[in-house]
Write a protein that binds this ligand. Structure first.
Ligand code: GDP
Ligand code: IMO
Ligand code: MG
Length: 423
């Protein structure tokens, strides 16, 4: 049995959480493969909105097992808060939630280091979520990290102390004003570690091999988006993991030939939160309307998301890197009411018109070239069948499918589970 992947094709917040929740009924296992609590995945059903950061978005399904894979970085304090938020819903987390022993831990000092690094960068800051993601992955690749499996053995506290001491010296070396009380942070951290220990820690790659042998179906859930990938994103304004399809192989221990469908999710327009180049960004009333109607505020930090037209140059690049086999278009409802819609189909790049995604998309170098399409005015949010969609929206979808050469199989018309149209 194969593994399907679902991942974001833009700068994150495409609606991954919503669609994973919708699709969980078709899978036995949902597995997060990278990122950490920088992610905020929103699910809405029965009039309740849930935001998950580390826990996979299949957790509300009565049957599916949910795995936090080895490629994920876990902050025990945030994880405990997520578990507390789930408590009223009677989910048997000790049965349904599994943690890879090889996942790395975010320490309180990783968060402080993130803050110090950003403060030292000043205007050039990444706009990090300040969850300690960069410093934790640095310790992972630097071979200094602490993994979930370590906390099962008593000697890990010595390793913890040495690493935290080293981090404190590093924080001081940034020479920025970061106030903190490590003793207090550690109290919360060690308490949360005890909560984490009540869950099942597993050798998740072996668990997945066996699940595949037994014919179980697996959906790998990505975090962030392809343009935030550490290798292929808009470096250095990226996150510190491989958010693209290859990240699922290393983040779960799944071989490339075991991957079947790659579901690529995108918004009908574009958003970005944090710093970094964004060629189709709008600074006018149109962008403000997208932000207002789309309720574009970060699910993790509450920051307003920057908004702009759909960028097909970037989207094609993401489709190629991930080998996307099916597309899902989110938030079409937000575009209702615009007379014309613009789609960026090329860049003006240093006097040339290009259609590939160049090394640097700095606004100084890149100007979007737009194709205009007619908009639709109907409210989509109550529609349930593909036949009901307005002809202009069908025209928009046909245009994108022709450009991207991949079918758009789901059109999402609102945040709720039920506002999902299959084609
Ligand atoms: P994720 O990080 O990819 O899971 O996405 P987020 O949860 O951060 O952001 C997506 C936001 O859009 C959430 O507030 C969702 O509830 C909302 N959303 C998802 N799909 C739709 C849609 O089709 N229409 C509208 N209006 N909102 C949507
Ligand atoms: P989901 O999974 C949107 C952005 C941050 C910042 C950059 C680096 O909800 O789509 P980091 O904290 O990783 O050091 O931040 O990446 N970023 C996201 N933007 N959605 C996310 O996750 C993001 N995770 C990180 O805003 O620009
Ligand atoms: Mg999000």
């Amino acid at each position: 049995m194969a593994v399907d992947l679902l991942l974001g094709l833009q700068w994150g917040d495409e609606g991954k959480g919503k669609i994973v929740d919708v699709m969980t009924k078709d899978y036995d296992i949902i597995a997060r493969f990278q990122g950490g609590p920088n992610a905020g995945h929103t699910l809405e059903f029965d009039g309740i909105k849930h935001v998950l950061h580390t826990i996979p978005s299949g957790i509300f399904h009565p049957k599916a097992l949910n795995l936090v894979g080895n490629g994920v970085v876990i902050d025990p304090v945030i994880f405990k808060r997520e578990l507390d938020n789930l408590a009223p819903f009677g989910i048997e987390v000790n049965k349904k939630l599994l943690i890879s022993r090889k996942a790395h831990l975010i320490l309180p000092t990783h968060r402080l280091l993130d803050a110090a690094s950003e403060a030292a960068k000043g205007k050039a800051k990444i706009g990090s979520t300040l969850k300690g993601i960069g410093p934790t992955y640095m310790d992972k690749t630097g071979r200094n990290g602490i993994r979930v499996g370590d906390i099962e053995l008593p000697k890990w506290k010595k390793k913890y102390r040495a690493l935290a001491n080293k981090h404190e010296a590093m924080i001081a070396s940034y020479k920025v004003d970061i106030q903190y009380n490590l003793a207090e942070l550690e109290k919360d951290f060690f308490e949360a570690i005890e909560t984490l220990k009540t869950l099942q820690f597993i050798d998740s790659e072996a668990f997945l091999f066996q699940a595949m042998d037994e014919g179980k179906s697996i959906l790998a859930e990505g975090a962030q988006g392809s343009l935030l990938d550490i290798d292929f994103g808009t470096y250095p304004f990226v996150t510190s993991s491989n958010t693209t399809a290859a990240g699922a192989c290393t983040g779960l221990g799944v071989a490339p030939n075991k991957i079947k469908e790659v579901f690529g999710i995108f918004k009908a327009y574009t958003t970005r939160v944090g710093s970094g180049p964004f060629p189709t960004e709008l600074f006018d009333e149109v962008g403000a309307t997208m932000g207002r109607v789309g309720n574009e505020f970060g699910a993790t930090t509450g920051r307003p998301r920057r908004c702009g037209w759909l960028d097909l140059v970037a989207l094609k690049y993401a489709v190629s890197i991930n080998g996307v086999t099916q597309l899902m278009m989110m938030k079409g409802d937000v575009l209702s009411g615009f007379k014309t819609l613009k789609v960026c189909t090329a860049y003006q790049y240093q006097g040339e018109t290009i259609t590939h995604f160049p090394y640097d998309i700095d606004p100084e170098l890149v100007k979007p070239v737009y194709t205009e399409l007619p908009g639709w005015k109907e409210d989509l949010t109550r529609m349930t069948q593909a036949e009901e969609l307005p002809k202009e929206l069908i025209g928009y979808i046909d245009f994108l499918e022709a450009e991207l050469k991949v079918p758009i199989k789901i059109v999402s018309v609102g945040p709720d589970r039920k506002q999902t149209i299959l084609r």
